[in-house]
Design a protein around this ligand. Structure first.
Ligand code: DGL
Length: 257
């Protein structure tokens, strides 16, 4: 049976728009509500309990708006809360982020993989389990993207300051010969141009999981018989806990390309 209710996509701020873009591309008939918290961003250095509480509030908000499925398009919130969210909102399917450590470890030739993520994600069980499972005989070098989220939130992803922050975070992994660098935070793909510039001269592939997440959303729509009807004309809404100018920024950034 068709279901034209929207899919909710949530992040601490602008970052989840990198996932929103892929979901929209892969599933053009689905209506989407994007919730970018904005008021409490960044999440990366908050305590696990605090992030879990914020994520619960956000998912509750999307459920109250009638979403049929929610994508937690935030690695930090996924690491802190995905099990609790799934238990609380069952049977509604909830998709979380998993850093693309597996594809990077399968593809590396140098046997050195870099992972960039927020502090909170890197010290979570989810990351530790994934790294242990796929990176057993591979050198996995992690670094917190200090300042990355703030740069994206300020629209300063192409700036001298961005180059400095990215150089600092990527220095060790580049020196040690990483040939794949995992972007383990949904804000980070917005810094790709700066990352490529900093990595010039190194043979590095950047990997993120937004396309894999969009594919997973499609699988779950089929599994739960939740797809919108054929030819359905989608509606795109943007929500925030911050203010109206921030809500408009979300909308403009999403629809820009
Ligand atoms: N975009 C988020 C993530 O994927 C959260 C960034 C933050 O607010 O620190 O981790």
């Amino acid at each position: 049976m068709a279901n034209n209710a929207p899919i909710g996509i949530y992040d601490s701020g602008l970052g989840g728009l990198t996932v929103w873009r892929e979901v929209r591309r892969a599933l053009p008939e689905e209506s989407l509500i994007y919730l970018g918290d904005g008021k409490n961003c960044p999440y990366g250095s908050r305590s696990r309990e605090e992030v879990a509480r914020l994520a619960d509030e956000a998912v509750g908000h999307l459920v109250a708006m009638g979403c049929k499925m929610v994508v937690v398009a935030c690695n930090t919130a996924t690491a802190a809360a995905i099990d609790a969210l799934r238990a609380k909102y069952a049977p509604m399917p909830i998709v979380g982020m998993e850093p693309a450590v597996k594809p990077a470890c399968l593809a590396t030739k140098s046997r050195v993989v870099g992972v960039l993520a927020t502090e909170r994600s890197l010290d979570g069980d989810l990351f530790r389990r994934t790294a242990a499972k796929y990176g057993a005989d591979i050198e996995v070098i992690t670094a917190a993207g200090k300042g990355f989220v703030e740069l994206v939130e300020r629209d300063a992803e192409v700036s001298a300051e961005a180059v400095r922050c990215v150089e600092e975070a990527m220095h060790e992994m580049l020196q040690r010969g990483a040939d794949h660098i995992v972007l383990g935070c949904t804000h980070y793909p917005f810094l790709l141009d700066t990352m490529r510039k900093v990595a010039e001269g190194y043979a590095v592939t950047f990997v993120d999981s937004s396309q894999a997440v969009a594919r997973r959303v499609g699988q779950l729509l089929d599994q739960y018989a939740l797809r919108a009807e054929e030819g359905h004309c989608p509606d795109y809404r943007f929500e925030t806990f911050a203010d109206e100018p921030y809500r408009r920024r979300l909308q403009e950034k999403a629809l820009a390309e």
